[in-house]
Design a protein around this ligand. Structure first.
Ligand SMILES: Nc1nc2c(ncn2[C@@H]2O[C@H](COP(=O)(O)OP(=O)(O)O)[C@@H](O)[C@H]2O)c(=O)[nH]1
Ligand SMILES: [Mg+2]
Length: 320
């Protein structure tokens, strides 16, 4: 591994550790209480552990899988100490997540031969779509890709302005129309412009306001159909942005959106501001759709390519 890579990954680790701080503090304090006065992992400890995992937003189904794995280990090793629990959790959760064959990338991957590669970003209002687009554009540009943004969230003037601010910060072109215009028409213009400019990646912002599934479905379907008139097979990626600080509600949103449109990747944001970071473990386990990115802050650099091993490692490491 080159020195640069080492430096980069240690920076990444630092910001991940920092981003997960609230989650870890809360988790370990609960775990401490769960094993207080117990030296061995017995049924009581397992019961308490189940509660800790559920209350840390890992989700019931995933928690049950984790407990079953630990129970199996306790059956083999009856004298398993509670001091080992941390390490055991780390191993078993990594093992569980390794059954899904995603979340092991370390940098953004844009497939060759799809030019422009079109990413449509969806999610409810306030989830962090526009911010994630800005951060993503920053990283893609740094990796050498030519990026164009499309402001297809035309519902509020502020949404268009906000994307413009990010475009200026990052230094990438943006295609927009005035507030209230047809999102599909903005998407069409964006792709046309990207083709003319010979851009590598297009990222389309969308509105999350559509309060019912039929509306949402119709609008996203229309945006897709119109984009396909410019570039065949687009969008190549539909990225659903979920607000991690909403915990179980993020699961619900994922369920709703996957019913409304074909989501191909997930981003979980705002992990830095919450103790509910365990939600990423549950979402990675429960959905067939890979978590590709996590948001760990509001700055340009605060979007990470999700790597489940790095995540679990950071989650279960207590700073000495
Ligand atoms: N702390 C933190 N805040 C974030 C993160 N991602 C987004 N936000 C904030 O969440 C709010 C809503 O984000 P925005 O991108 O406007 O959401 P949108 O409505 O889905 O486009 C803004 O104040 C962002 O700064 C994150 O990873 N960490
Ligand atoms: Mg927005």
């Amino acid at each position: 591994m080159s020195l640069f890579k080492k430096i980069f990954s240690s920076q990444k680790k630092e910001s991940l550790d920092k981003g997960l701080e609230k989650t870890k503090t809360s988790f370990f304090s609960k775990l401490g209480k769960a094993v207080a006065g117990k030296s061995k992992v017995d049924d009581d400890v397992l019961d308490n552990l189940e509660e800790v995992l559920v209350s840390s937003d890992v989700g019931v189904d995933t928690t049950l899988k984790i407990i079953a794995r630990i129970e199996a280990r306790v059956t083999k090793d009856k004298y398993m100490g509670t001091d080992e629990l941390n390490e055991i959790l780390r191993e078993e959760i990594a093992g569980l997540l390794s059954e899904t064959h995603t979340g092991d990338a370390t940098e953004i991957h844009i497939p060759k031969g799809k030019k422009p590669y079109v990413i449509m970003v969806v999610g409810v209002n306030g989830a962090g779509k526009t911010t994630t687009i800005g951060k993503l554009a920053f990283q893609l540009k740094k990796q050498g890709y030519k990026v164009v943004l499309g402001a297809a969230d035309t519902f509020r003037a502020a949404a268009i302005d906000q994307l413009q601010v990010w475009a200026d910060r990052v230094g990438v072109p943006i295609v927009k129309q005035q507030m209230g215009s047809d999102p599909a028409s903005v998407a069409f213009d964006t792709l046309s412009s990207a083709v003319t400019q010979d851009a590598d990646v297009v990222i389309i912002d969308t509105a999350g306001r559509l309060h019912n599934k039929v509306n949402l479905m119709n609008e996203l379907t229309k945006v897709k159909r119109v984009m396909q008139k410019v570039v065949e097979g687009t969008p190549h990626e539909v990225l659903l942005v979920l607000d991690g600080s909403t915990g179980q509600n993020a699961f619900e949103q994922a369920k709703q959106f996957t019913k409304a449109t074909e989501v191909t990747a997930l981003a979980v944001t705002k992990l830095d501001g919450t103790a509910k970071g365990g939600v990423v473990i549950g979402i990675s386990d429960q959905f067939q759709i890979p978590v590709k990115y996590i948001g760990v802050g509001e700055d340009l650099e605060d979007l990470q390519v999700f790597n489940k091993y790095e995540f679990v490692d950071s989650f279960f490491t207590i700073k000495g």
